[in-house]
Design a protein around this ligand. Structure first.
Ligand code: ADP
Length: 205
């Protein structure tokens, strides 16, 4: 490789020399080395999709751990056709997620209506992060990951096991408790607790 590079520079600085095969090989090598270097420096991006209706402490724990594994974590609110009765609008959920993750520097929050594989392609993110709580989660997540792999073989789903402290925490549980005025302190981030409560009061006013 060094010899090829030496020849290249020799030809570059002695322009009167005829263009030789080595020169072209040298240029190709330089391009290859730059590309290789840039490839190594490319951002490792992951998407963490979900309904987040609303974001819970269990979700935030997954975000914190996933953000340490990737250069950038894109948290995206998706419309889940199986969960049609949402408590918060997509915009409200994005706002709450931004608030709850402002201590994590490499996180971006957004929302998307469409197919997850298309979103990943648009964001150049080949990894998908999902949290796993119990066997019931596993069954659903397993099917989802396999279906996604069938649609796009380049996508990898990464599962992060729940923190035992939050294994019982779910958005549906939070919604139910909030509706009946229950304690949310241990379930949702402090910064959004009041917001969830006010939202429920407003509905009943
Ligand atoms: P979805 O509607 O796509 O299932 P959710 O907002 O309910 O979205 O959850 C998003 C992701 O977070 C899912 O992978 C879910 O399993 C995971 N998750 C939810 N609650 C917890 C928790 N307490 N601990 C770990 N992972 C969780």
């Amino acid at each position: 490789k060094m010899l090829i590079l030496q020849n290249t520079f020799f030809h570059l600085f002695h322009k009167n020399q005829p263009l030789q095969k080595e020169y072209i090989r040298g240029i190709s090598l330089v391009i290859f080395l730059i590309k290789d270097r840039l490839g190594g420096l490319a951002m490792r991006r992951a998407v963490c999709p979900g309904s987040f209706d609303p974001v819970t402490k269990g979700h935030v724990d997954i975000f914190e751990r996933a953000s340490a594994m990737f250069d950038e974590l894109i948290i995206s609110v998706f419309h889940n056709p199986g969960k049609d009765k949402a408590m918060f609008s997509m915009e409200e959920r994005v706002e709450m997620l931004k608030e709850a993750t402002k201590h994590i520097p490499n996180v971006r929050v957004t929302c998307f209506s469409g197919l997850l594989n298309e979103f990943c392609k648009k964001e150049e993110a080949p990894f998908i992060v999902r949290g796993l709580r119990a066997f019931t989660d596993f069954e659903y997540e397993f099917q989802r990951a396999l279906l996604l792999k069938k649609i796009d073989n380049d996508l990898e789903t990464v599962f992060i096991m729940t923190n035992a402290k939050y294994s019982f925490v779910s958005s549906s549980g939070v919604r139910e408790l909030a509706t009946f005025g229950g304690q949310l302190k241990d379930l949702v981030p402090e910064c959004i607790e009041e917001r969830v409560r006010k939202h429920v009061y407003k509905k009943f006013e």
